[in-house]
Design a protein around this ligand. Structure first.
Ligand code: TGC
Length: 412
C-alpha cells in the first residue's frame, strides 16, 4: 500500500498562508484536538455546553480576534477563518460560539457602540469573562428580519422593550444581549442623528420605524432566556427563546452607530464569512474519517478504498473540500482588502455548507453501518451542518440574494 499524501500537501494550501496565519491555525488545531475532541461526543450525547472552555478560548485570543483594540487581537480575516475551520473540524457548536461572541455580539458593539459601551463590554468579552448574544431572529421566522415585531419605546430617560426572539445562541448563559427592535419614534433616539429607517426595500417592511440595537444586561427585569429543548443538532451548544416583557434599559443602552437593518445585516456578513471557512472544517473531519476507514476496512477480501466506487467518492469529496477552502481563502483575501461584497459572502456560505453536507453524507456511506454511531464524528457533523445550513441565511435566502444581484430583481 502506498502512503497517502497529507491533504494539505495536495494543493499546498500552507504555501498560500503567512507564518502568522499558520500560527493561528496551528494553535486552533491544537486547542480543538486537546480541549474539544476528547469531550465532544459525551457533551453532544448529554446536550452539555462546557462553559469552562469559554475562558480558555479567550486566553487563546480567539474571541473577537479579528477586531481592533479593546483587548482584541486585530488578526486578519484569513487568520480568523482558519481558526473557524479548525474549531468546526471539532464541532460546529464551538465555532458557533466563537461566531456569536466575536462576529455578532462583539462586532455589533465594536462597529456601532459608543466609546463607553466598548470599554464596558469588549475587554471582558475578549477574555471570555463575559458572554454576549445577538437577538435578531423572531419566532415567526428568521428569514425576514424586516418583519420584526419587537418594539422599543422611549419612556423618559429609559427605553422599554417588548417582544420575543428565538434561536438565540447562548442567551441563557450570556451577560449581555444585543437586542434588535423597532423604535416607534426614532426622533427621540440617542441624538446621534436621524434614523434612516429600514424596510425601504422589499419584504414585510417595518412600517417606517427604524430598527435599532440595544445592549441589554441579561439580569434586567423582564428579560427571560429559555433553552430550546429537543434539538438533534448542535447539542453541545445552547440556543434559546427570549421573552422581553417591559424590559427597561437606560437611554444610553442604544447602539448609536446603527440605524436600520444594515446594522444587524452588517454583523451577519461577519458571521456568514466565518461559516464559509468553518463548514469546510466539518467537511475535512468527515473526509479524513472516511479516507482512513477506506484504507483499513476490508470487504470482499481487500480494503474498501481499493474499490473504484469508493475512490470515485473520495476524489469527488476531495475536489469539493479543496475548492471550498480555496474559495474561502479568496474571499478572505478580498475581505482583508476591504473589497468583499455581501453577494460574494452568499456565494461562499451557500457553497461551503451545501458541499460540507454532501461530503458528510458521502463519508457516511463509506463508513457503512458503523458510520451511524459515535465511533465516528460524521453523523454529528451532518446533524450540526443542518443548523449551519439554516442559520445566518438559509440556502434559499442566499440563492435569492444572488438572484437579486444577478437580475436586479428582488424575489422575496
Ligand atoms: P434590503 O432592503 O435588502 O436591505 C435593508 C437594508 O439593509 C442593507 N443591507 C445590508 N447591509 C449590510 N450587509 C448586508 N448583507 C445587507 N443586506 C442588506 C440594505 O442596504 C438596506 O440598507 P438601508 O440603509 O437602505 O436601509 O432588506 P430586505 O429585507 O429586502 O432583505 C431581504 C433579505 C432576504 C436579503 C434579508 O432579509 C436577509 O438576509 N434575510 C436572512 C436573514 C438571516 O440571515 N437571518 C438569520 C440570522 S441568524 C441569527 O440571528 C441567529 S444568530 C446565531 C445564534 O445566535 O446562534
Amino acid at each position: 500500500m502506498t502512503t497517502a499524501p497529507r491533504l494539505d500537501e495536495v494543493f499546498d494550501l500552507d504555501g498560500l498562508l503567512t507564518a502568522e496565519e499558520r500560527d493561528w491555525q496551528q494553535r486552533a488545531r491544537a486547542f480543538a484536538q486537546e480541549r474539544i475532541l476528547p469531550i465532544i461526543e459525551e457533551d453532544f450525547e448529554n446536550r452539555h455546553f462546557r462553559r469552562e472552555l469559554v475562558r480558555e478560548l479567550g486566553e487563546q485570543g480567539f474571541l473577537g480576534m479579528h477586531l481592533e483594540g479593546y483587548g482584541c487581537a486585530g488578526a486578519g480575516a484569513v487568520s480568523y477563518g482558519l481558526v473557524c475551520l479548525e474549531l468546526e473540524a471539532a464541532d460546529s457548536g464551538w465555532r458557533t460560539f466563537v461566531s456569536v461572541q466575536g462576529s455578532l455580539a462583539m462586532s455589533a458593539i465594536r462597529s456601532y457602540g459608543s466609546e463607553e459601551q466598548k470599554q464596558r463590554w469588549l475587554p471582558g468579552m475578549a477574555k471570555g469573562e463575559l458572554i454576549g448574544c445577538f437577538a435578531l431572529t423572531e419566532p415567526q421566522g428568521g428569514s425576514d428580519p424586516a418583519a420584526m415585531t419587537t418594539v422599543a419605546r422611549r419612556d423618559g430617560d429609559e427605553w422599554v422593550i417588548d417582544g420575543a426572539k428565538r434561536w438565540i445562541g447562548l442567551a441563557s448563559l450570556a451577560d449581555v444581549a444585543v437586542v434588535w427592535a423597532r423604535v416607534e419614534d426614532p426622533s427621540t433616539g440617542s441624538g446621534t442623528g436621524p434614523s434612516t429607517g429600514s424596510g425601504t426595500g422589499t419584504g414585510s417592511g417595518t412600517g417606517g420605524a427604524a430598527v435599532r440595537g440595544f445592549l441589554v444586561p441579561t439580569t434586567t427585569a423582564g428579560f427571560t432566556a429559555t433553552p430550546i429543548e429537543g434539538k438533534l443538532s448542535m447539542r453541545a451548544s445552547v440556543q434559546c427563546d427570549i421573552d422581553l416583557d417591559g424590559v427597561r434599559v437606560p437611554a444610553d443602552a442604544i447602539l448609536p452607530g446603527a440605524s436600520g437593518l444594515s446594522g444587524p445585516f452588517g454583523c451577519l456578513n461577519e458571521a456568514r464569512y466565518g461559516i464559509v471557512w468553518g463548514a469546510m472544517g466539518a467537511a475535512r473531519s468527515c473526509f479524513e474519517a472516511a479516507l482512513e476507514r477506506s484504507r483499513e476496512r476490508e470487504v470482499f477480501g481487500k480494503p474498501i478504498g481499493a474499490n473504484q466506487l469508493t475512490q470515485a467518492k473520495l476524489a469527488d469529496m476531495l475536489l469539493e473540500l479543496e475548492k471550498g477552502i480555496l474559495l474561502a481563502l479568496h474571499l478572505g483575501r478580498l475581505k482583508e482588502q476591504g473589497r468583499l461584497t455581501p453577494a460574494q459572502i452568499s456565494v461562499g456560505k451557500l457553497n461551503s455548507v451545501r458541499e460540507a453536507l454532501e461530503i458528510a453524507h458521502q463519508a457516511r456511506t463509506i463508513l457503512g453501518g458503523d458510520g451511524i454511531t459515535d465511533a465516528f464524528p460524521v453523523m454529528r457533523h451532518a446533524a450540526n451542518l443542518e443548523s449551519v445550513r439554516t442559520y445566518e441565511g438559509t440556502d434559499e435566502i442566499h440563492q435569492l440574494i444572488l438572484g437579486r444581484a444577478l437580475t436586479g430583481l428582488a424575489a422575496f
